[in-house]
Design a protein around this ligand. Structure first.
Ligand code: GTP
Ligand code: MG
Length: 404
């Protein structure tokens, strides 16, 4: 026990939670005086706040560098998918256009018009683009480092915003070099391109910039995944969790990170699910609202890119049918989520170690999750569903990679 509480303490100091110390104290005192009924509105408020958290990411750079294609790749879309940003070899983007994430509409990528065209001069550009509303900027560059790249970087820095410098179309660069050189070393070529961009930014007064060499066509290769990680790591806790959920399933690491974000919310959701409504599901407390439970599982499934629409896009991209994908990673959670599925989830409940994680994040509500409580049941069902969805997403990632 002593061991557990020291672990708990360490976890509390290391793990930033969604709650401030003040909010945690309030939760504790409300729980002491009015029990779960008093805690529920506070949790509901917190989940609403998470739901409403906006993230606005501006994507800028010279015309034709691949900004719109990059935005589609970030949203897990191809240019032919519904809702994708228009892409082309002629100048396509003239007005800042916000593209919401397909399942998390509060995460928006703003496709800014290309700089350096007669319509836009860099000097007034950022003001016109209402720079203050963006959380950060991504400057997309391709081919030569331009004066506009340097000006944009300096201007964004001057305005006190953070930017990431992305060198796109790296696939095309490497392909053409491969054809020109007798001895071709991709890593050495990438080092050269990086040095070139770093020196351009250095001359513009940006010391030690981080440059990401990416291809929006192969977003699981080169430095696309490293860029995703850097963007996520730099955001404050709440925005970070929202951003992570909006990432495409490019790697096992991303899928697991999404799982961690959702796991942190399960105890809150379980408390909300556990005290309302009435359903006759064996093994499930009569006080548990099955509608909310199903809703939460559907939300988890969307975050894991396992909903029907996301599977359709993946199938299209890999030249397979949705049925073939589902057959490769079969799970009742990929079909309609019904009361029967919830009962099925009850039959294979997760190990008690998952309960430790709820105490880890919310020691104050530990006592609510005693054996046999409806909260514990809802918590275990949601944990079980989430673990199965994580496994399924990882299996599908392997299937998708195998299809290439
Ligand atoms: N090989 C390769 N081509 C790319 C990549 N990204 C974009 N392209 C191509 O580059 C061209 C321009 O891409 P867009 O995404 O329309 O560029 P943009 O920066 O949005 O262009 P404007 O809106 O006109 O400023 C298209 O033909 C894309 O297919 C990439 O990573 N690799
Ligand atoms: Mg464009």
């Amino acid at each position: 026990m002593g061991n557990y509480s020291s672990r708990q303490q360490a976890a509390q100091s290391e793990t930033p939670t969604y709650f401030t110390q003040e909010e945690l104290s309030k939760l504790k005192s409300e729980f002491k005086t009015g029990g779960v009924e008093n805690v529920q509105p506070l949790l509901q408020k917190k989940l609403k706040e998470l739901d409403k958290t906006e993230l606005n990411i501006a994507v800028t750079g010279d015309t034709g560098t691949g900004k719109s294609t990059f935005i589609n790749a970030m949203r897990g879309l191809c240019s032919e998918d519904e809702g994708a940003a228009a892409v082309g070899i002629t100048e396509t983007t003239m007005e800042p256009t916000g593209y919401p994430h397909p399942n998390l509409p509060n995460v928006r990528y703003w496709d800014l018009p290309g700089t350096g065209t007669p319509q836009f001069t860099t000097d007034s550009y950022l003001k016109k683009m209402k720079f203050e509303k963006y959380d950060f900027f991504i400057i997309v560059s391709a081919g030569r480092f331009t004066e506009n790249d340097a000006k944009l970087a300096m201007e964004i820095k001057r305005l006190g915003k953070k930017f990431y410098f992305v060198r796109s179309k790296i696939d095309a660069d490497l392909n053409s070099m491969r054809q020109q050189r007798k001895e071709f070393d991709a890593d050495a070529e990438m080092r050269k391109i990086r040095r070139y961009c770093v020196s351009g930014l250095g001359k513009a007064g940006i010391p030690d910039p981080t440059v990401f060499l990416i291809s929006s066509f192969d977003n699981d290769m080169y430095e696309f995944p490293r860029l995703m990680k850097a963007l996520a790591d730099d955001l404050p806790k709440i925005k970070q969790s929202v951003f992570v959920l909006a990432l495409p399933n490019l790697s096992v690491e991303i899928i697991q990170k999404k799982g961690e974000v959702l796991k942190e919310r399960i105890w809150m959701l379980a408390i909300l699910v556990g005290g309302v409504g009435a359903i006759p599901v064996p093994g499930l407390s009569a006080a548990c609202n099955i509608g909310i439970l199903i809703g939460v599982i559907i939300y988890f499934r969307e975050c894991m890119c396992l909903d029907h629409v996301a599977l359709g896009r993946l199938a299209n991209r890999k030249g397979k049918s949705v049925e073939a994908l589902k057959a490769a990673a079969p799970s009742p959670l990929l079909g309609e989520i019904t009361a029967d599925v919830i009962v099925w989830l009850c039959t294979a409940l997760v190990a008690v170690s998952a309960v430790a994680s709820v105490l880890y994040f919310a020691p104050l509500v530990g006592s609510l999750f005693g054996a046999g409580s409806s909260f514990l049941m809802a918590f275990l069902i949601l944990s079980n569903a989430l673990n199965l969805l994580i496994e399924c997403a990882i299996e599908l990632l392997a299937v998708a990679k195998g299809a290439e």
